[in-house]
Write a protein that binds this ligand. Structure first.
Ligand SMILES: Cc1cc2nc3c(=O)[nH]c(=O)nc-3n(C[C@H](O)[C@H](O)[C@H](O)COP(=O)(O)O)c2cc1C
Length: 352
């Protein structure tokens, strides 16, 4: 954390509601875009070719920060090589009642139960259509509208796909948020297989451009279930997996019981997620071979975390919580450090 950001964080951010701090921070990032582009953005990292796309840098912003695709280029100007917008649902929805976002600073973690608050597929599609394309890769993450019954979930994902696929560089089917009742049950392969097949068919119909399709999984799946999703992706020739979403576990936290209690239910992100997300990455890569694309996300905050995740098999990385704790200069700092350290790590030398 840089000194000015530490001052702001300590004196402002930690004393205001976390969601209000998020909106204020995002506004500042958007307003600061012209400046950032000429300073931070020059450190966008080394390009990575995957899924027929050219990612300007290996580090991307995870889903949930820019749910409505309002700040893609401002976020790229911080140094993110790609931005995954969403989760977007078929219909607009307000999400859960506030407060619904909590920091656990002792653990460098966040608990959220936002519940897919977003403008809905139609409006987000219009916004993406109006945007002038720049080099940044834009992933679109789609999820189920809360009021849609579970037996109509596939149609809801298809609706989002129809509207959003034409504007997405890649699509992610999110079946792993803990904040939409029943959503994570869609990770069971007998339900996931037809869902992903339907989304793929719809994407092919919606645009003549090939849109890579990935699935985002929870770290709370059993090892067997992780491997079952890996096998499905290989068998059905999907493009890859985003691993992982937040966890419902509260094991091993150092925050007080009262702090954890105050945050309540929701998905935990940040440092406590690091170990399991890394473990899932290793499992996926050794099961799937080299071909499918793996995006590693969960607790990445230091250059060591990033290098370790790449060595475990990730092709690309994402983060969200580190941006909260480290501030807007973090992606640029990571890119510079990665450019210096990736090669030795991949050739097997110990860089930690
Ligand atoms: C406030 C917040 C909102 C999130 N919203 C979404 C979301 O809408 N869709 C999604 O797939 N993941 C969402 N996530 C999960 C992140 O994309 C990421 O998978 C998770 O936070 C782990 O990464 P991290 O430890 O770097 O934050 C959200 C995370 C946070 C902290």
């Amino acid at each position: 954390m840089t000194a000015p950001y530490r001052f702001l964080f300590d004196h402002l951010a930690t004393r205001t509601d976390a969601e209000r701090a998020h909106h204020a921070g995002f506004l500042a990032i958007r307003a600061g875009r012209p400046v950032a582009r000429h300073t931070l953005g020059r450190r966008a990292g080394e390009p990575v070719e995957r899924m027929g796309l050219r990612f300007p840098g290996v580090l991307g912003l995870a889903a949930g920060f820019d749910k409505n695709a309002v700040g893609i280029d401002a976020l790229a100007a911080l140094g993110f090589g790609f931005v995954e917008v969403g989760t977007v649902t078929g219909r607009p929805q307000p999400g859960n009642p506030r407060p619904r976002l909590f920091r656990l600073p002792t653990d460098r973690a966040v608990v959220n139960r936002m519940g897919f608050n977003n403008d809905g597929a139609e409006l987000v599609a219009e916004r993406l259509a109006r945007r002038r394309r720049t080099g940044v890769v834009v992933g679109v993450n789609i999820g189920k509208t809360k009021v849609v019954p579970e037996d109509q979930a596939v149609d809801d994902y298809r609706l989002s796909t129809r509207m959003l696929a034409p504007h997405a560089d890649y699509l992610v089917v999110n079946v792993s948020s803990p904040n939409t009742p029943g959503l994570r049950d869609l990770q069971a392969v007998e339900r996931l297989q037809p869902l992903l097949a339907a989304v793929r068919r719809e994407a092919l119909r919606a645009t003549d451009r090939y849109v890579p399709l990935l699935v985002k999984i929870a770290p709370d799946l059993s090892d067997d279930d992780v491997l079952a999703v890996a096998d499905l992706v290989v068998a059905d020739r999907l493009d890859g997996i985003v691993a992982t979403n937040t966890t419902i576990s509260r094991d091993g936290l150092r925050s007080t019981a009262a702090e954890v209690e105050r945050a309540g239910a929701g998905g935990l992100s940040g440092a406590p997620l690091l170990h399991r997300s890394l473990e899932v990455m290793r499992m996926l890569r050794s099961r799937m071979g080299e071909e499918p694309t793996l995006i590693g996300v969960g607790g990445i905050a230091t250059i060591g975390d990033a290098v370790e995740r790449l060595a475990a098999g990730a092709d690309l990385l994402q983060a969200y919580t580190a941006l909260i704790y480290q501030g807007p200069t973090w992606p640029g700092r990571m890119n510079r450090a990665l450019a210096r350290r990736t090669e030795p790590a991949l050739s097997g030398k110990d860089v930690r």
